[in-house]
Design a protein around this ligand. Structure first.
Ligand SMILES: [Zn+2]
Ligand SMILES: [Zn+2]
Length: 249
């Protein structure tokens, strides 16, 4: 049936030319990003801890609730622009480009058959009402499209409680952020199961960790995290900024 999808994409391209989600240049109907942007992506390879997913391992310093974490690129240049495009709703091709890589990774690491359900880090209910859009879930749905593994975007929610917090200390903010995520699905969907938890980016890892904790409390046996990008070590300013945005978005 894939050829039908290709014919549809080809015809659509005649009326609505396909654009690179990163730089907005016209690309072929069967391409997801342009070659120049692809060349600019900096892949992380296996230059990180496969357990915590970070270039500087934090496994001994913190309690990590997820079991494994993988990412593909550093959050910089074309990689950064692609993630921002995805957040702003026009980076679907960028999410699909990495979803294909995620499916390959799962196969290579013999994980494809072990994952029971794919889910994503939620945005707040208010943001969902305003935009009707969760960029992390676009990535999750693309992995579902290329793997056939069931996807469920209604397992976790994020509350608005973290929004007003200027006068709170860092410890209080962390405490609040940890309570921002709740499990709202049917527990039988995760009990004893392996969950693939998707997000666009890993910075401190705390958002993924809060979500993994909630999934484990609901009975999940394993949680594997899967993000497109990671912030680069040494880029302290960016990491700090992103950590704030991510932990409390
Ligand atoms: Zn491009
Ligand atoms: Zn580690």
């Amino acid at each position: 049936m894939k050829w039908i999808y290709n014919v549809e994409a080809f015809l659509l391209d005649i009326f609505f030319p396909n654009k690179c989600p990163v730089c907005d240049k016209d690309i072929g109907y069967d391409e997801l990003i342009c070659r120049e942007c692809e060349k600019e992506l900096e892949f992380v390879g296996d230059n990180y801890c496969p357990r915590c997913g970070k270039t500087e391992c934090i496994c001994q310093k913190e309690e990590i609730y997820y079991d494994r974490c993988f990412s593909f690129i550093y959050y910089k240049d074309a990689g950064k622009n692609g993630v921002l495009a995805l957040k702003e709703r026009h980076g679907t091709g960028f999410a699909e480009y990495f979803a294909i890589k995620a499916v390959e990774y799962l196969k290579e690491n013999e994980l494809s058959n072990k994952i029971d359900v794919i889910t994503s880090v939620p945005v707040t209910k208010r943001k969902m009402r305003e935009t009707g859009y969760n960029h992390a879930h676009i990535y999750a749905k693309m992995i579902h499209r290329h793997s056939g593994i069931p996807v469920n975007g209604k397992l976790l929610i994020k509350t608005d409680k973290t929004l007003v917090q200027h006068e709170l200390s860092a410890a209080e903010r962390k405490q609040r952020a940890s309570k921002a995520f709740r499990f709202i699905g049917d527990e039988c969907l995760v009990r004893g199961k392996t969950v693939l938890l998707c997000d666009d980016i890993i910075t401190t890892g705390s958002t993924l960790n809060y979500c993994a904790k909630v999934l484990k409390q609901a009975g999940a046996e394993n949680v594997i995290c899967c993000t497109i990008a990671m912030t680069q070590l040494g880029d302290g300013k960016d990491i700090k900024k992103n950590a704030d945005v991510l932990a409390y978005k």
